[in-house]
Design a protein around this ligand. Structure first.
Ligand code: NI
Length: 196
């Protein structure tokens, strides 16, 4: 018996690591889940429990190779999202930004950019939104922060804030594009179900 245990040990170690990792993952809800269409509530206490949720959301976002993840997407109706617009294409983590009770306090210009969403897998579309934004929020430690930026940063903040208001980026498409999306989405979902 002792021999078998020692043989198993090297194999058991990575398996245990993997199990721990999966435990911290959250299930990402898929459009059109009702929670994705519900407005999230302001957060009153930034405590250990919330920080645990934040860490799990960050792990989930990185694992899913997303740029941002809002609490609604993991079934929690709290005004909070995580994002990392500086991560490398090779999956190398950049700077994680945590925004609690975020509010956009200024915006400028307009920009058309391609958007995708972890809750609408295998679909992307071009959308016009303000190009530069200034956002006020609290960070993971409860400090008040103000961030300003354009490009992917501005795009991501607006996309995630929409989630907190129960809006998915596909809801912002023109009526024609929305009709196209519905058709394509039915096909994507049907293909996915066939694979399962
Ligand atoms: Ni999204």
């Amino acid at each position: 018996m002792r021999n078998i245990v020692s043989v198993c040990r090297p194999l058991a170690l990575p398996f245990h690591k993997e199990t721990t990792y999966i435990k911290h993952m959250k299930k990402i809800l898929v459009y059109p889940d009702e929670i994705l269409r519900t407005k999230a509530k302001p957060i009153k206490n930034i405590d250990g429990e919330l920080q645990k949720l934040i860490d799990e959301m960050a792990e989930t976002m990185y694992k899913a190779k997303g740029v941002g993840l809002a609490a609604n997407q993991v079934g929690v109706l709290k005004r909070l999202f995580v994002m990392d617009v500086t991560q490398g294409e090779d999956g190398k983590r950049g700077e994680l930004v945590v925004l609690i009770n975020p509010k956009i306090i200024g915006c400028e210009g307009q920009e058309v950019m391609e958007e995708g969403c972890l809750s609408v897998p295998d679909f992307s579309a071009k959308l016009k939104r303000p190009a530069t934004i200034c956002v006020k929020a609290f960070d993971r430690e409860g400090n008040e922060i103000e961030l300003e930026g354009s490009g992917l940063f501005a795009r991501c903040v607006q996309h995630e804030l929409d989630h907190l208001d129960g809006i998915c980026f596909v809801d912002r498409l023109s009526p024609i594009k929305k009709a196209m999306f519905r058709k394509r989405w039915q096909k994507i979902r049907a293909e996915k179900e066939q694979k399962v």
